[in-house]
Design a protein around this ligand. Structure first.
Ligand code: HEC
Length: 94
């Protein structure tokens, strides 16, 4: 019995670690203020180089999914930075 519990635990952990690696950003993951501050810093440093810094409230959270999928590679963001910036822009309230 113990073995079954232990192995299902391992499978659960493996599954969880796989899902975390998914690079497709579809919605907010982190909303802690520390993460949002990190996202803001990356946004301010990376997203104003080619054009003016975009206004986070100018686009909906759905539009930002597509925008970030287009802009994250341009700004050479890794998956984690992509998610942090996304979480920041959609956290800004009008
Ligand atoms: C290497 C240059 C470059 C970087 C870096 C860059 N962008 Fe852009 N961005 C563009 C260009 C070029 C366009 C306009 C053409 C287009 O839509 O592809 C654009 C357009 C946009 C638009 C307008 C899209 C629309 O549909 O109105 C937004 C918003 C935007 N970028 C956000 C960002 C964000 C957020 C980042 C940081 C993650 C970023 N950009 C980094 C080049 C860049």
């Amino acid at each position: 019995m113990k073995k079954i519990i232990a192995s299902s635990f391992i499978i659960a952990v493996l599954l969880a670690s796989c899902t975390q690696k998914a690079s497709v950003v579809t919605g907010p993951v982190s909303t802690s203020s520390e993460k949002l501050a990190q996202g803001k810093t990356i946004f301010e440093n990376s997203c104003g180089r080619c054009h003016d810094l975009p206004e986070p409230t100018a686009h909906t959270s759905v539009q930002w999914v597509g925008i970030m999928n287009a802009m994250a590679p341009k700004a050479k963001l890794n998956d984690e930075q992509h998610q942090l910036v996304y979480d920041y822009v959609v956290s800004v309230k009008k």
